[in-house]
Design a binder for this molecule. Structure first.
Ligand SMILES: CC(C)(COP(=O)(O)OP(=O)(O)OC[C@H]1O[C@@H](n2cnc3c(N)ncnc32)[C@H](O)[C@@H]1OP(=O)(O)O)[C@@H](O)C(=O)NCCC(=O)NCCS
Length: 129
């Protein structure tokens, strides 16, 4: 399962040199692992989204849909389930980051009701992969 998940992420261009995807899966397994959603079709991993630690405002990572199955509503369905889980714990807002060159993802988020916040995004690595 883990190998199939990472293969999907690679096919979707989500694996970056600074992030070891296997370590990210381990990190998720330590804290609310049930918030790592994996969609399967005929025993194949076709979609994922990794939700954060429960909190009042939260983002998500590794939203991916198998390239051959994109534009069929699967991404929207994964985020609908994510939203339901977050509402269930009274999470008030979803924050997420998209690399500015990812035009498809930007169009996707805009089409399902996300709007750009007027903020600068900062990050600080606490672990180096
Ligand atoms: C972003 C992603 C998850 C969207 O998943 P998807 O299953 O293709 O999306 P949906 O079919 O639910 O799309 C819903 C709507 O979003 C918009 N949309 C989705 N992909 C789009 C694209 N490539 N270009 C323009 N609009 C797009 C459309 O309005 C679409 O509705 P429509 O197909 O009826 O026109 C998918 O493209 C993906 O896995 N991309 C690679 C990984 C990635 O970039 N993840 C996000 C990182 S922040």
């Amino acid at each position: 399962m883990e190998a199939a998940v990472v293969a999907l992420w690679r096919a979707c261009g989500l694996v970056r040199p600074a992030n070891d995807p296997h370590k990210d899966i381990r990190r998720k397994q330590r804290v609310n692992p049930e918030w790592f959603l994996v969609g399967e079709l005929d025993d194949r991993v076709i979609a994922t989204v990794m939700l954060p630690t429960k909190g009042h405002a939260a983002g998500f990572n590794y939203l991916a849909v198998e390239p051959a199955l994109q534009r069929r509503g699967l991404g929207q369905a994964m985020l609908a389930r994510a939203e339901e889980l977050m509402r269930g714990v009274k999470c008030a807002k979803i924050n997420l980051q998209v690399v500015t060159s990812n035009a498809a993802a930007i169009a996707f988020y805009e089409s399902i009701g996300f709007a750009q916040d007027k903020v600068l995004s900062f990050g600080k690595r606490l672990e180096v992969d």
